[in-house]
Design a protein around this ligand. Structure first.
Ligand code: CU
Length: 274
């Protein structure tokens, strides 16, 4: 019987690599040989969206054509694939915030991949090793592209998770809009020495005050991602019992109340709410 150690495997792969055998040998052992699933198409688009009562905001950016970027669902330990198609007038990439992906899938232009120019596409494929709530966004001209809408939530499901009676996903973010509902400058230099440039309109799932139903007396799982670039959020749950189960994709060792919890840009929280 052959005993494989990491050192031995690397050595074997290095030798075999010259003959083109190394990848398939590692593929079998590393699980890379699993069939890549049909990719989710994430096509960037410039749309109009109703973010304020006054009317449609122009030059909103999204993936797909159904308003807010879709909530992407993956399964822990199962291959995921997405094709980024760039249909906006600006080079872009996708970074999978918080997910441990192979470096070449990390979406940082010039460091691990080229720009995806207008009309081009790029195929991402990876297997998320951890369950939890994450998010995705470009890593190009980020203040502008994220500021205009390109921030979406990712749910990595764990097949062994307990069943909840409802699951609600919230994408929390601001928008820099003027009184006319149109974009104003994303950044004011004088804010740099303060706490940053805040948005003027706050939304949850691109809505002012959304309402979602859950079974009475049931246990709901609330997944919250702060995809804003500046704002720090405080939470308070009224009229229900709530505990924090996970932060930033990691289960917390001991549950605690979300009251007085402060979370900054990029952070995620999972709540159990009775
Ligand atoms: Cu990020």
């Amino acid at each position: 019987m052959t005993v494989l150690t990491r050192r031995r495997l690397l050595k074997t792969a290095a030798i075999a690599g010259a003959g083109g055998v190394g990848l398939s040998a590692m593929g079998r052992l590393g699980g890379w040989a699993a069939a890549t699933p049909e990719p989710v198409v994430l096509q960037t688009a410039k749309i109009q969206a109703k973010l304020m009562d006054i009317g449609q905001t122009r030059d909103v950016l999204t993936y797909g054509n159904a308003g807010m970027p879709p909530v992407l669902r993956m399964k822990k330990g199962q291959p995921f694939a997405a094709r980024l198609v760039n249909a906006i007038d600006d080079p872009t990439t996708i970074h999978w915030h918080g997910i441990r992906v192979p470096n070449k899938m990390d979406g940082v232009p010039f460091l691990v991949q080229p720009y995806v120019y207008t009309g081009d596409h790029f195929d991402y494929a990876f297997t998320p090793p951890d369950a939890g709530t994450f998010w995705y966004h470009p890593h190009c001209n980020t203040l502008e592209q994220m500021g205009h809408g390109l921030t979406g939530v990712i749910v990595v499901e764990n097949p062994n998770d307990p069943k909840f009676d409802a699951e609600i996903v919230l994408n929390l973010r601001d928008w820099r809009l003027g009184d006319d509902g149109q974009f104003i400058d994303q950044f004011r230099p004088r804010d740099a020495a303060r706490t940053g440039t805040y948005g003027t309109v706050r939304t949850a799932n691109w809505l002012d005050q959304p309402q979602y139903d859950a079974p009475a007396g049931g246990l709901a799982r609330l997944r919250v991602a702060i995809t804003d670039v500046t704002r720090i959020y405080a939470f308070h749950v009224d009229g229900a019992k709530a505990t924090v189960m996970a932060l930033d994709g990691n289960p917390v060792p001991e549950r605690f109340s979300p009251d007085a919890l402060l979370l900054g840009p990029g952070q995620r929280m999972e709540l159990a709410i009775r």
